[in-house]
Ligand binder design. Structure first.
Ligand code: SF4
Length: 687
């Protein structure tokens, strides 16, 4: 039974097997080319959540302050009645919806439609806002479109040089290593990371830049290319606009100046720049370490400027891309579960898109044309402007910035409804909890990190009790007086509507059918008709602006992180560990994963530890302007001396996001997760 991993955007192919009557087990699908049978330990253990004893099997309704089991009729009635009451008393825009990059395209599409038409609110967003919104914003303004990797993933293996900034793929998506190791067997690599990860140690050049200093570093690399006449002048003249302003900034940002900002030796910058600029096939990649900053969009733009000046986007075997995080982070926004977008990756301000969607949805244009609040603003306004919240597949009180404030606010909501298959930290605050099916128990499409649409078919028996998200949305919409909002409980019927809703749009899915996906066709969007073979290389001929040219964006080469002072002199940067996934709702319940990494740790340099008398294993208090968290210390000379690293997969007293910065990028509204100003103190010696 073929399926795909429920976790990250690599979307590894797997098979679900079991002996008669026994538990399911996941094994790699050697016939699926992306991972060729490889899985990481999250994928191998993913079937454990299907039969987990903590699985929610019955709806819950809060009565006298306590969540109690209820029938589906009672729970759906209570969920809908609460939203109707909030709308009546406070107006429809006092209700918000919060979705997930784990939802299938069919669910994401239906959630956006449900929010606009059934809840009647302009305020809905998804946790993908916290993942790669800065990369998306940067790609959109440079290329007119964003698709994670706008080229097939196989190109990674053939590149002569790869520059990866702010990513740790050997931990976050280990099967991607087969491409990266193949590339390193014949080519060179440049890794930008404040930590000497295993991936960075294997690189030809490790640029151990300070968190948040990427814009300066990217400009310095460009400076060298300009100074040594390594720019692709023909490409710049023929396929881009706006280089003059960027050139002027780059000419001032020489490697010595960048060394003072980034901590990377000027000669290392020069050597890396020469290798990148001299390569026939070169790829520039960014990931969350670049993007999750107050200026993440500008930092990603600085790397795109570098790639454009070298003529990489659109060149066969070369390009710029970003490594998407969540399983359907890409499809989630393409199908419009964000209030600034409409299905087909259309802009909500686009009159053609408004008319197209209104026609498919059979509604007045003004019901689909409003831009609402971002995820960060929705969470910030809980309990004030936002009185009712619908959460589906997300756990924002662990994953949101300054999570302790979100916890306080969410407790004051008039009405909170959560759809999930475990009682997540967020679900514990709900007035109504609706138990859902899991990935293997229903069908739907996912769009992987290279824009390839995959059909994940139902392969496991569902337990009695939970329902599919589409059925839940349809039931709620019916109770809210909009029975036709969700086309069907059947994903294929919803996908047929997506095909119509995206016809002619930037992310055109209209030529994709379940039958084509079942036959094994590799379909990267756009696929404008059923005879079209898909678009693996998105920029081969033109960029997605009317004149076909890409845009250089003249961003500032500055570092923009939370201010340090005597009270908060160090930088906390956050990230993932190999064994856990995002807020940990699933992976913290998988026995072998929690046994491997039961608790978060803070990684710090021995020289910093020595100043505070901290030894390996000691309990350390990390304090930011927003709170404190105590974690065990791991001393490592692999990290910069003034930087601390910890992961964010835990809740309760281990919620690392209690510390993170709420300031957001002004363009993408991405919070500055990667650079909180902190201090440290030893709490106790552990044995
Ligand atoms: Fe799943 Fe991602 Fe691991 Fe592949 S790399 S098995 S998709 S978590």
């Amino acid at each position: 039974m073929r399926t795909f991993c429920p976790y990250c955007a690599l979307q590894c192919g797997m098979r679900l097997e079991r002996d008669a009557g026994g538990p399911y087990r996941a094994v790699g699908d050697a016939t699926f080319d992306v991972n060729a049978g490889d899985l990481c330990m999250k994928g191998f253990s993913s079937a454990e959540t299907l039969v987990h004893p903590e699985r929610l099997l019955s709806p819950l309704v809060r009565r006298n302050g306590v969540l109690e089991e209820a029938t589906w009729e009672e729970a759906l009635d209570a969920a809908a009645a609460g939203f109707a009451r909030t709308r009546r008393e406070r107006g429809a825009d006092a209700v918000a919806a919060f979705g997930s990059g784990a939802l299938t395209n069919e669910k994401a599409y239906s959630l956006g439609k449900f929010a606009r038409l059934a809840l009647g609110t302009a305020h809905f967003d998804y946790n993908g806002r916290f993942c790669m919104s800065s990369a998306a914003a940067a790609a959109n303004r440079a290329f007119g479109i964003d698709r994670g990797l706008p080229f097939p993933i196989a190109w990674l293996a053939d590149a002569d040089v790869i520059l990866l900034a702010g990513g740790n793929p050997l931990d976050t998506m280990p099967p991607l290593g087969r491409y990266l190791e193949a590339q390193r067997a014949h080519g060179e690599s440049i890794v930008v990371d404040p930590r000497a990860t295993a991936f960075a140690k294997g690189a030809t050049w490790h640029l151990q830049a300070a968190p948040g200093s990427d814009a300066s570093l990217a400009y310095a690399l460009l400076h060298v290319a300009i100074a040594e006449r390594l720019i692709d002048e023909h490409f710049v003249a023929a396929r881009t606009s706006g280089f003059a302003d960027v050139r002027r900034i780059a000419e001032r940002e020489d490697p010595e100046r960048a060394e003072r900002k980034t901590g990377v030796a000027a000669e290392t910058i020069r050597a890396a720049a020469r290798a990148l600029a001299g390569a026939k096939r070169a790829i520039v990649l960014t990931a969350r370490g670049v993007e999750q900053h107050r200026n993440g969009t500008d930092a990603a733009s600085a790397y795109i400027n570098l790639a454009l000046a070298l003529g990489l986007p659109g060149r066969d075997g070369s390009g710029y891309g970003t490594l998407t995080g969540q399983g359907n982070g890409l499809g989630g926004r393409e199908q419009g579960q964000k209030s600034d977008q409409l299905p087909g990756y259309s802009r909500v301000e686009d009159p053609e898109a408004i008319a197209r969607i209104a026609a498919v949805w059979n509604c007045a244009p003004e019901r689909v044309s409003r831009r609402g609040k971002t995820a960060t603003t929705i969470l910030h306004e809980l309990g004030s402007a936002i009185a009712g919240l619908f959460v589906i597949g997300s756990n924002p009180i662990v994953s949101g910035p300054h999570a302790s404030a979100i916890r306080e606010k969410i407790a004051t909501l008039d009405h909170l409804v959560v759809c999930d298959f475990f009682l997540s930290e967020t679900a514990r605050y709900a007035h109504v909890v609706l138990p859902t099916l899991q990935w293997a128990e229903e069908s739907g499409t996912m769009t992987n990190l290279e824009g390839r649409v995959l059909l994940r078919e139902r392969v496991a028996d569902a337990p009695d009790g939970p329902r599919g998200d589409l059925a839940i949305l349809r039931e709620l919409a019916t109770r809210l007086g909009e029975p036709h909002v969700v086309a069907s409980d059947e994903p294929e019927a919803v996908f047929e509507e997506i095909r119509r809703a995206t016809r002619g749009a930037r992310a055109d899915y209209s030529g994709i059918t379940y039958a084509r996906l079942r036959s094994g066709e590799r379909l990267h969007w756009p696929v404008p008709d059923e005879s079209h073979a898909g678009t693996p290389a998105l920029f081969a001929d033109r960029f997605a602006f009317p004149d076909g040219r890409a845009r250089f964006i003249a961003v500032a080469p500055e570092t923009d992180v939370e201010a340090h002072d005597a009270a908060y002199p160090f930088t906390l940067t956050t990230g993932r560990v190999r064994e856990h996934y995002l807020s940990g709702t699933q992976t913290r319940r998988v026995a072998r994963l929690i046994a491997a990494v039961p608790d978060p740790i803070v990684e710090l340099h021995p020289s910093l530890a020595a100043r505070f008398g901290i030894a390996d294993g000691d309990l350390v208090r990390i304090t930011s302007r927003r709170g404190s968290v105590d974690l065990a210390a791991r001393l490592s000379s692999d990290i910069r001396a003034e930087t601390l690293f910890a992961s964010f997969h835990w809740g309760g007293t281990q919620t690392l996001n209690d510390l993170t910065d709420t300031a957001v990028d002004p363009i993408s509204a991405m919070p500055g997760f990667k650079s909180a100003a902190v201090r440290i103190a030893k709490v106790s010696t552990t044995v």
